[in-house]
Design a protein around this ligand. Structure first.
Ligand code: SAM
Length: 265
């Protein structure tokens, strides 16, 4: 990296990525708070509001009035799924929109299922969990999903281009791909230097102190560093066939994280 640290991410195999999330599943909220300086909750709220799930003027021409079919990939603990269902229900009085949470890691899914029991959605038929690798989800038919979301997940995928192509296949024409992810660099170079010092310096140490797991936290920091810039990422989304908006992407808090969207034509 630019900071002279040996990269764990580079040497990591997919199985090791799995171990990272098994290791952090129980401390998941704490991990997100450290990684985002506590603001991931606000970003997720904003992400969901900007997608307006359940809005009756349907997202794609082939969407019936029976609510949106949402796939939340790398959905782990259900953070995005619960927000989607809350939004559709309270803002649009829509009780038909449903979310399928797909994640590669059974421990994260178990955490999500446990949390779902505390919500009204557990036995509503509107929320399902599925173990799957985002790079290939053959059990989901082509052209069947209205909205594909992935929040703080895609930077962990080994083949991001394959995941984008799979998202494209699964979405209905007119369907939306939406991604919320950390960015490798903040727009202000000075703030960027401070932020990188915080993330490379402090986060692995905090991970050690709080979760007894320095390597997992160092991996998470490195995976951010290795993720493409906003512009490159937009290019990859377009390469998969999506049309991106003119505004291209939305930076959050000076570009610590960004929201990218693409529509399947
Ligand atoms: N979306 C949730 C959120 O925002 O709180 C969870 C994000 S968590 C940082 C990253 C998730 O990506 C983990 O649950 C991990 O298991 C999942 N993941 C990593 N690689 C994956 C893959 N190839 N396919 C599906 N999920 C994957």
């Amino acid at each position: 990296t630019h900071f002279g640290f040996q990269t764990i991410a580079e040497s990591m195999k997919e199985s090791r990525v799995g171990a990272v999330f098994s290791s952090v599943a129980g401390n998941y909220d704490a991990m997100n708070d450290f990684m985002s300086l506590g603001i991931h909750r606000l970003w997720k709220d904003h992400f969901v509001r900007s997608l307006d799930p359940g809005h009756p003027s349907s997202i794609s021409p082939s969407t019936p009035s029976s609510g949106w079919k949402i796939l939340d990939v790398a959905g782990g603990t259900g953070d995005i799924a619960f927000r989607m269902l809350d939004h559709a229900t309270t803002i649009h009085n829509d009780t038909s929109t449903s979310v399928l949470v797909a994640d590669i890691n059974p421990d994260m899914l178990n955490e999500g299922k446990k949390r779902a029991l505390q919500t009204a959605y557990a036995r509503s038929g509107r929320l399902e969990f599925m173990e799957a690798n985002a790079e290939s989800i053959p059990s989901i038919p082509s052209n069947s999903i209205d909205l594909y979301t992935v929040a703080f997940g895609i930077r962990n995928f080994t083949h991001k281009d394959a995941a984008l192509r799979e998202a494209f296949r699964i979405l209905k024409p007119g369907g939306i791909f939406a991604c919320l992810e950390f960015t490798p660099r903040l727009s202000n170079p000075l703030l960027n230097a401070v932020y990188k010092r915080w993330s490379f310096g402090a986060i692995p140490i905090i991970g050690q102190l709080v979760a007894g797991d320095r390597d997992s936290y160092q991996y998470l920091v490195e995976s951010i560093e290795r993720f493409p810039s906003q512009d490159e990422w937009r290019g990859m989304i377009e390469d998969a066939g999506f049309v991106t908006p003119q505004t291209a992407w939305e930076d959050l808090n000076g570009g610590i994280a960004a929201i990218h969207k693409g529509m399947k034509p």
